[in-house]
Design a protein around this ligand. Structure first.
Ligand code: GDP
Ligand code: CA
Length: 316
């Protein structure tokens, strides 16, 4: 079976471990958000691709939620002593090696898809990781800061300001010109099922869908599309998605996100929508199922995936 998964960082990564566990031997492709990408200290950093790669390889720091397990911070300490800005973005020594390899390959002319495949040669994630696009596209946040209206990089808003500065809008700089990565469109078109991970609906899934052709590929895919709610009991399970959804006028609830994605029969994304067992939601035209959605381990995530596949099977 061919499975395509739209994924952001941590929610995507945990869900993908479940897909891999539930579907051994199947051909799984993750189409990953790159709108969070940023260049700092001359290094090209792809937070969501790295979260997914490290988590699937089992070398992630599960407690911190990002980066490598057993990380050390000697380079960051040196940069701080130099007063090298920005000091608010943590870069671990092990992680920096990944960014060095990536930056060097990009500078040599390789595409981000090629670079990601090369990094995965080492980590063997068991899932094909594909950036949504090989073109640069970076999410910015419109805020009021120091008496003026400014666009700051998503990472500055998320990491430095902990999503605490009221956001007026999200603007994906470069998105209009970004072409989908060839393998991303191919995976969606060839899939037997498309899954939308419980990732941030605005700055992860929303950004992926904004790449020309990707939303259309999902809406018109021959395969059923089943999504999983990242919102449980009116709040994100982890992270600050509740600071993002109201900005685009979406209610912070499983129903709000389900309706925002919408039914494929009405030009939206979904055939099926999984919500947590204590939630309820009505999404016209979508098969909504309430099941446990807390991914504390791979078994929990795999159980979610099995239900998603049952729904897809019934619809196929
Ligand atoms: P990021 O790029 O690291 O922010 O990660 P994603 O966009 O992939 O995912 C963030 C979302 O994952 C948040 O909105 C969380 O609510 C969601 N999430 C994290 N853990 C869980 C979980 O165990 N269950 C569900 N349903 N959602 C989760
Ligand atoms: Ca992210």
């Amino acid at each position: 079976m061919k499975i395509a998964v739209l994924a952001g960082g941590i929610g995507g990564a945990r869900f993908l471990r479940g897909v891999r566990a539930a579907c051994p031997g199947d051909d799984i492709t993750a189409v990953v958000n790159t709108g969070d990408d940023v260049t700092l200290h001359g290094l090209r950093i792809c937070p969501d691709l790295d979260s997914v790669m490290y988590t699937l390889a089992g070398v992630h720091d599960g407690e911190r939620g990002w980066g490598r397990k057993g990380e050390t911070w000697r380079i960051k300490e040196e940069l701080t002593v130099y007063g090298a800005e920005p000091t608010w973005f943590q870069l671990g020594d092990l992680d920096i090696a990944t960014h060095l390899v990536r930056t060097r390959m990009l500078d040599a002319g390789f595409s981000l898809s090629d670079v990601t495949a090369a990094l995965c040669e080492r980590w063997q994630p068991g899932v094909s990781l594909v950036p949504m696009s090989d073109d640069r596209c970076e999410t910015h946040v419109i805020v009021h800061l120091e008496g003026a209206r400014r666009a700051i990089h998503f990472q500055e808003w998320w990491v430095k300001h902990r999503a605490g500065l009221p956001a007026e809008a999200f603007v994906q700089v470069g998105l209009d010109e970004a072409a989908p990565a060839p393998a991303a469109l191919a995976a969606i078109s060839a899939a037997d099922v498309v899954l939308v991970a419980p990732s941030n609906p605005v700055v992860s899934i929303g950004t992926i869908l904004g790449v020309a052709g990707i939303r259309d590929a999902v809406v018109t895919a021959a395969a059923p599309v089943v999504g999983v709610s990242p919102i449980v009991a009116g709040a994100p399970v982890r992270g600050m998605a509740d600071a993002c959804l109201p900005v685009i006028g979406v209610d912070v609830s499983a129903e709000g996100v389900g309706r925002h994605y919408g039914a494929r029969s009405a030009g939206g994304l979904l055939d099926g929508w999984l919500i947590h067992d204590t939630d309820s939601a009505t999404v016209p035209g979508v098969d909504v199922r309430a099941i446990p959605l807390m991914m504390t381990d791979d078994d929990d995530a795999a159980a979610m995936v099995r239900v998603a596949l049952e729904i897809a099977d019934a619809l196929a």
